[in-house]
Design a protein around this ligand. Structure first.
Ligand code: 13P
Ligand code: ZN
Length: 270
């Protein structure tokens, strides 16, 4: 077996969570990331028949039966992942219709996957239906998106239109817009189900007064998605208290759609 700490998926995960921490998105143990792994990616690095522990998940996700995920641990600090990946990360495989997770690697201090595992797994199932290439679900607490949920209408169309108007590239990066959940208790199956429902129509889901969820094909793309929305929110928070003299018009948004070959969420542009 090759050293798993040299595997591309591991190197990329460690870099990504370190970068998220450096961006200030993941104070203390804030945030969590899960990456679905293909069997061929892991076969050189993992004894897939050796199960270290079996951990009940508390929910069912039959669509994900047999799927393997590299996932951050509950209570773990992203700033520490690069120093002790085997403590702060784990690789689990779902079985019994998603009700059990077999630990194949990591969580060496007896820890387990993030408390937001329901939202992650249910979102993976929802996004895979929308895009079979989806591999990543990412949650974090970026300050401007969070701040916006205190001062902006939480209507999804309005919230999205404001973000689209803040930087020219936004509509190109997330033409599906953002969906928004009201404040809900985190770490529960209920918020997991609600997040997955919202993931059916957008790759970004705002958790009001808490943070954001993003989904994508790889870690870079998902990071970039959140980064772009957070940048837009930052600009909004800089200008919200000032008179708006200029904006990006819907007519200009339509030009961007044509130029970049994207289609804005139906009915969200005039
Ligand atoms: P975990 O430490 O369990 O991943 O929780 C962090 C968090 O952001 C909860 O929403
Ligand atoms: Zn959180």
């Amino acid at each position: 077996m090759k050293d798993i700490l040299t595997a591309d998926f591991m190197v990329e995960m460690i870099r990504t969570v370190s970068n998220m921490y450096d961006h200030g998105w993941d104070e203390r143990n804030g945030g969590n990331v899960s990456l679905m792994l293909d069997e061929k990616e892991t076969s050189d690095y993992l004894q897939r028949q050796t199960v270290l522990r079996t951990i009940p998940t508390g929910f069912a996700a039959p669509e994900l039966e047999g799927k393997t995920f590299l996932v951050t641990g509950t209570g773990k600090y992203f700033k520490n992942v690069k120093y002790a990946p085997e403590v702060n990360l784990g690789i689990v495989r779902l079985k019994d219709g998603g009700k059990q997770a077999e630990l194949l690697w990591g969580f060496t201090d007896g820890g387990q996957f993030t408390s937001e595992f329901p939202a992650h797994m249910m979102s993976h199932a929802a996004r895979l239906k929308a895009d079979p290439e989806n591999r990543v679900v990412m949650h974090c607490h970026p300050e401007n998106l969070l701040a916006m949920t205190y001062v902006h209408d939480l209507d999804e169309r309005q919230f999205t239109r404001t973000l689209w108007q803040m930087c020219t590239e936004c509509i190109v990066v997330f033409p599906d817009g953002v969906n928004v959940l009201p404040w809900m208790l985190c770490g529960t199956n209920e918020i997991g189900e609600a997040t997955a429902e919202k993931m059916k129509t957008a790759r970004l889901v705002i958790w009001s007064q808490h943070g954001v969820y993003g989904a994508g094909k790889n870690l870079d793309e998902t990071f970039g998605l959140i980064e772009t929305a957070e940048k837009a929110a930052e600009i909004f928070m800089k200008i919200a208290h000032l008179p708006r003299v200029n904006t990006i018009t819907d007519e200009q948004m339509h030009l961007l759609e044509k130029r970049f070959g994207v289609q804005a969420r139906e009915g969200w542009l005039d």
